[in-house]
Design a protein around this ligand. Structure first.
Ligand code: HEM
Length: 362
């Protein structure tokens, strides 16, 4: 039993420590430097008298307003010296998105630590029976771990893009940071496909058991029994908390994948004009004539926000699947759980499994 606890603790610490380190450091992020006008300034640095009596501030104003000059190269957007939406995007990314994101991650870790101190590990009250029940088959575990591994690497790479220069660079030095960031970026591009496949497989494998049922209300009203040592609201294979996680992972996964594809193939895939046109049907009044650059900026902001929220959610999930609950890790580790664990946490499912004819693997 002791080795189970240690294994759970080790797995949790291993999965969480890099995320937590980056999250903690990001709380003390520095001030941002904004270089964009430098380019335009150089272009306006004309020799004296070249602009006659026209005031430079008029020129500057039109540049700031995004006036488009003519260029001979195929990329006509190069004629725009200052794209002010880009400045707003940059301010949002480096301001509220980074700052609130760091607080959300730190908040989740703090709440879990407090919960662990107050409530402790959720123990198996009836003890180990020594009889095992199959909970997840090999395809289910393969799907889970493929999605989980790719998600953790994608998440760490994403956190590095947002906070790495403030947190990792001072620790490992500029050269190692640059190498890590390049490797992380390439990994991010390719592992995204493993994650997307994982989301599709998870949906196909588990959607049936995640359809809401009347037991879910009872489970939610009793907060899953998490705050009382002798309460185990009845649940089928997945309880209401797990169903919520499932749907958030599927919806978040689809949303982060679409915005990610738009970033992987910029100016070829765009998702926001269409989404805004759909939302406008409900009276949102959002702009639908977005330029390709604005599409990319919105995709990047959205991708970051959804990513940060999903990381916060998964930190909670990793907690409960490792140190938070005795016996839970085995379900995804070996695929089998103790019969008493099944009875305590998924009473209705355990009864169903008992009634199944031998050899049935549904
Ligand atoms: C990396 C560390 C992770 C660990 C240690 C872990 C652990 C577990 C465990 C033990 C279960 C089975 C719970 C049960 O038997 O009731 C589970 C289920 C599940 N996991 Fe993970 N998981 C991890 C990452 C992820 C990630 C990254 C995702 C999705 C992006 C994910 C999505 C799910 C889903 C949808 C389920 C089924 C619903 C549930 O049981 O909550 N997991 N996980």
């Amino acid at each position: 039993m002791r080795h189970r606890r240690l294994a759970g603790l080790g797995a949790f610490a291993l999965a969480l420590s890099p995320m937590a380190a980056i999250g903690v450091g990001s709380g003390v992020m520095g001030v941002l430097v904004f270089h964009a006008p430098a380019l335009a300034q150089r272009a306006l640095d004309a020799p004296s008298n070249a602009v006659g009596s026209k005031s430079q501030s008029d020129e500057w104003r039109s540049v700031r307003q995004g006036v488009q000059g003519s260029v001979a190269i195929p990329n006509k957007q190069a004629g725009v010296l200052i794209q002010s939406e880009g400045e707003a995007f940059r301010a949002a990314r480096n301001g509220p998105v980074s700052t609130y994101g760091a607080w959300v991650l730190l908040g989740v870790v703090a709440v879990l630590a407090l919960f662990f101190v107050l409530r402790g590990r959720i123990k198996l009250q009836s003890g180990w029976s020594g009889r095992l029940v199959e909970r997840f088959g090999s395809l289910e575990r393969f799907t889970h771990w493929m999605t989980a591994t790719s998600f953790v690497i994608l998440g760490l790479g994403g956190l590095n893009m947002l906070y790495g220069r403030y947190v990792l660079k001072p620790i490992v030095g500029a050269e190692a940071f640059s190498w890590l960031t390049r490797v992380g970026k390439v990994a991010h591009n390719y592992l995204a496909f493993a994650f997307m496949l994982g989301i599709v497989l998870m949906f196909v494998l588990w959607v049936r058991e995640n359809i809401p049922s009347r037991h879910d209300w009872q489970w939610l009203l009793r907060a899953g029994g998490f705050f009382s040592k002798h309460s185990h609201p009845p649940a089928k294979k997945f309880n209401a908390g797990q169903k919520l996680l499932f749907w958030l992972v599927i919806l978040g996964g689809v949303s982060i994948s679409l915005s990610g594809l738009a970033l992987l193939f910029p100016f070829k895939i765009s998702v926001f004009s269409g989404t805004f046109a759909f939302l406008d049907l409900f009276g949102f009044g959002l702009p639908t004539d977005l330029t390709p650059l604005q599409e990319t900026q919105l995709s990047q902001l959205w991708h970051g926000i959804v990513g940060l929220l999903m990381i916060a959610l998964i930190i909670g999930h990793i907690y409960i699947g490792t140190i938070g609950m005795e016996g839970a890790f085995d379900a995804m580790g070996t695929g089998k759980v103790d019969a008493n664990w099944a009875k305590e946490h998924h009473e209705l499912w355990a009864a169903e499994v008992q009634q199944r004819p031998a050899g049935s693997d549904d």
